[in-house]
Write a protein that binds this ligand. Structure first.
Ligand code: NAD
Ligand code: ZN
Length: 399
């Protein structure tokens, strides 16, 4: 079959690899109809993780069951299924508590597993014609409709970024009336902002510097903050102050109650957009979030970054205003999203027409276009907010 393989720094190719086969009675093989490219893939593409050359990439698939192992009972050949990016056994100590992102049984060397991701097991990625899904009963979620229908691009976002946006809101404690700031307007940040809209937050600020992405934030009813205009924290204070008469004492709460980090360790420093500063966004959030507020950090941080800006950053170590964090009684939650905890409800919101996350998708391309798609997404050009690869679309086609 054809699959997207990482060859080296900013180099992916579409190559022939052996077809997956049933290796355990609990396995399922799916035919992939859509597989999205994620900001997390870019960290490997940029060689900013442990070496990942030779891996088949991709962890955001939607497809149709092609074959099932003899022990599989929940899905059948022909079922349309969404496959969460975390691979989980469903029964270990962590899975049983809902933390499928920290499965203890899926990989002998790591806590948690994923398709096509360095350090998370040796499972082949989903940007391919077919995918082997271990523990298929647990890791396939049946979807209504048929391949390539009007839900296709909404459902594929359930594999990762829509639940991740939701999880960021859970960690940041977003409820009706909350004031929210989301740093990063990539797929994760835009969907975190969209989830805050779905949860009836009152004010939602979205910080980035890519115009097309900030335009999408405005389109869904949020306030875009372009950090090229200066310190985003000051800009949000200013926007919150404008036209407001405060209750006595409220001037001590000039920021927001809920902060979301959707950038990750390759963050740009707004004071010099040519410089990277992995602690920038967390520091900004410690300043911005009001006393007793919460921060949800879903952007990725690693402990092995060969391209880190200094010896500490190479080990994922940063200096942080921990004293301020404590003095303000802030809560900081973070980590990989346990997708299956949220995907069924978010699927139902899509089906009930309460949510349409595919507003985000800018490009639908054949699998063979992966090299161009990666380059465009990484350089954030051509209005590229989210690319979905379609293995059944012929080269030259796009929609
Ligand atoms: P992306 O790279 O497309 O988006 C990141 C955005 O952050 C870009 O638009 C960039 O311009 C912006 N940015 C850079 N520096 C900034 C700053 N100082 N302030 C504000 N914005 C800044 O990636 P994505 O797909 O949206 O993913 C975002 C992060 O989330 C990545 O690190 C990814 O690995 C991670 N992620 C985590 C999970 C999880 O389970 N927790 C799941 C998916 C993705
Ligand atoms: Zn992803």
């Amino acid at each position: 079959m054809r699959a997207v393989v990482l060859r080296g720094l900013r180099q992916v190719v579409v190559a022939n690899v052996p077809d997956p086969r049933i290796e355990a009675p609990t396995d399922v093989i799916i035919r992939v109809t859509s597989a999205a490219i994620c900001g997390s893939d870019l960290h490997m593409y940029n060689a900013r993780t442990a070496p990942a050359e030779g891996m088949v990439l991709g962890h955001e698939p939607l497809g149709v069951v092609e074959e099932t192992g003899s022990a599989v009972t929940a899905v059948r050949k022909g079922d349309r299924v969404l496959v969460p990016f975390n691979i989980s056994c469903g029964v270990c100590f962590n899975c049983a508590r809902g933390f499928t992102s920290a499965c203890l049984a899926i990989d002998p060397k790591s806590v948690g597993g994923a398709y096509g991701y360095v350090g998370l097991g040796t499972y082949r990625g989903a940007q391919a014609e077919y995918l082997r899904v271990p523990f298929g009963d647990r890791n396939c979620l049946v979807m209504p409709g048929t391949p390539h229908d009007a839900w296709e691009d909404d459902f594929v976002l359930l594999a990762d970024v829509f639940p991740t946006g939701w999880y960021a809101n859970e960690l940041a404690g977003v409820t009706a009336g909350s004031t929210v700031a989301v740093f990063g307007a990539g797929p994760v940040g835009l969907l975190a902002a969209y989830c805050a809209v779905l949860r009836s937050a009152s004010e939602i600020y979205v910080v980035d510097w890519i115009e097309e992405r900030l335009a999408k934030a405005l389109e869904i009813g949020c306030t875009p903050i372009d950090f090229r205009a200066g310190d985003p924290v000051e800009q949000i204070y200013e926007a919150r102050r404008a036209g407001r008469r405060l209750h006595p004492g409220e001037e001590k709460m000039p920021g927001v109650m809920c902060g979301i980090e959707a950038v990750g360790y390759q963050a740009i420093d707004w004071s010099d957009p040519n410089a990277e500063n992995p602690a920038r966004v967390i520091e900004d959030l410690i300043r911005l979030v009001n006393p007793t507020g919460r921060i949800g950090a879903v952007g990725l941080y690693v402990s092995n970054d060969p391209g880190g800006i200094n010896p500490h950053a190479k080990r994922g170590e940063f200096s942080l205003s921990f004293g301020k964090l404590w003095e303000k009684s802030l809560s900081l939650g973070m980590g990989q999203t346990p997708v299956i905890r949220f995907a069924p409800q978010l699927r139902d919101m899509i089906v009930a027409r309460r949510a349409k996350p595919s507003f985000l998708v800018s490009h639908r391309l054949p699998l063979e276009a992966a090299p161009e798609a990666y380059a465009m997404f990484e350089q954030r050009i051509d209005g590229c907010t989210k690319v979905i690869l379609k293995p059944e679309l012929k080269q030259g086609g796009s929609s």
